[in-house]
Design a protein around this ligand. Structure first.
Ligand code: FES
Length: 151
């Protein structure tokens, strides 16, 4: 519609005298996308999200908080102890749509957003909809503390 109603978006409509040029709009949109990307990534965390997971800074867990065959979740990381004295660290960011995993039960790290489950042994997918394993980090034991962080 290119008529006296002033439709600026209609084909053939003249650029508004005081509005941004098409180039400014396009450039602005790109900037919005670029600046919006971290926000979108943050949104991808969704309900229950903690942080960005494998790129999250390291965090310490009391070893007593990490049961054999289970684990603990804290600040972007999951630390598990599949067998006595063996600790593993995984990103807590679900590989499905980015929620933070929120439960560990019966050998599974569970994302309650859509029900994905991951192995406490290697982070592999036990149940979808996630298709990819949780990214593995590094778990280091020091005394009574287990530190999880990027590999
Ligand atoms: S985001 Fe985890 S199951 Fe969908």
């Amino acid at each position: 519609m290119n008529d006296s109603t002033g439709c600026a978006t209609c084909p053939g409509a003249p650029a508004p005298a005081t509005g941004p040029t098409r180039r400014q709009v396009v450039t602005g949109a790109g900037a919005a996308v670029a600046f919006g990307a971290p926000t979108l990534a943050g949104c991808a965390g969704g309900k229950g999200s903690t942080s960005d997971g494998a790129d999250a800074p390291g965090v310490e867990f009391p070893a007593s908080d990490v049961p054999v065959g289970g684990g603990a979740i804290k600040q972007g990381w999951v630390v598990t102890q599949p067998t006595e004295g063996t600790y593993k660290a995984f990103s807590s960011k679900c590989t499905h749509q980015g929620c933070g995993v929120s439960q560990i039960k019966d050998g599974a790290i569970i994302c309650t957003c859509h029900g994905s489950e991951f192995s406490v042994e290697d982070g592999s997918v036990l149940a979808g909809p996630a298709q990819d394993a949780l990214p593995e980090g590094k778990a280091e034991v020091s005394g009574d503390t287990v530190k999880a962080g990027p590999a």
